[in-house]
Ligand binder design. Structure first.
Ligand code: DC
Length: 227
């Protein structure tokens, strides 16, 4: 590999598989920039919700020109999302925004609108990027592709815990239904559906601890990039 070339690692998988926690930790250890592409979709969805539009609505695409999204990284490596000049990082993690982002991301026009921003990050930096279509569409030439998955119950439980810790608890059964609904949306849409790239390594985290998953991810990245 040429010394000057940026390294790119793609991590895809369903919601709650642990992509962001693992990607952030691996990025910290390997000195790569972590790019959370779900946050980009969430930021766009927040704008549509504020404008009173159903994100699944075909008219959603007509509002795209109003959406200016910027990504900033603070000192701790935390990705901050800026929507038309406003820092909305703390506002995009609600369940309402999760469902809206999933519905909205099925629009091909929305995906096309957000694609260049994602590719641009990988052109400028060595990145670990997580999402649904990073290895298949956004960075088809990524050096490492990991498809991270876990059973839907385990994923809903992780989401339940996260919301409890954030002080916004939700009913577990409802979360499980919504996890499965998001899987349905994300895997069955026509535009860039969630699926492993042909050359991705699948890692199922249902039965393994966070530490084991992280060790496996780091080993995979080191093995393929020489980092
Ligand atoms: O990763 P997340 O849960 O923050 O993503 C929110 C939604 O955004 C997800 O349900 C589907 C969509 N998304 C996508 O379609 N493609 C991506 N690369 C990232 C997210």
């Amino acid at each position: 590999m040429e010394a000057s070339r940026h390294i790119s690692v793609a991590i895809d998988g369903p919601s709650g598989a642990g992509k962001s926690t693992l990607a952030r930790a691996a990025a910290g250890q390997l000195n790569l920039i972590y790019v959370d592409t779900g946050a980009i979709y969430r930021t766009a969805a927040l704008h549509l919700l504020r404008r009173g539009l159903e994100p699944g609505d075909a008219a959603a695409a007509s509002l795209l020109p109003e959406i200016g999204i910027a990504i900033a990284h603070d000192g701790g490596g935390l990705q901050r999302m800026i929507l038309n000049g406003e820092d909305v990082t703390g506002l995009i993690r609600t369940q309402e925004v999760s469902m809206a982002a999933s519905a909205m991301s099925a629009h091909p026009a929305v995906r096309a609108f957000l694609l260049e921003m994602q590719r641009d990050m990988a052109k400028k930096h060595s990145v670990i990027m997580d999402g649904r279509d990073i290895g298949t569409v956004v960075l088809p030439d990524a050096d490492v592709k990991i498809f991270l998955t876990a059973g839907s119950e385990a994923r809903a439980r992780r989401r339940w815990l996260e919301l409890c810790q954030r002080g916004t608890p939700r009913d577990f059964d409802q979360l499980l239904r919504e996890t499965r609904e998001r899987d349905e949306n994300d895997m069955n849409r026509a535009a860039a559906p969630l699926r492993p790239a042909a050359d991705a390594v699948t890692l199922d985290t249902t039965e393994i601890s966070f530490e084991e998953s992280l060790a496996r991810v780091i080993e995979l990245i080191r093995g393929r990039t020489g980092l």
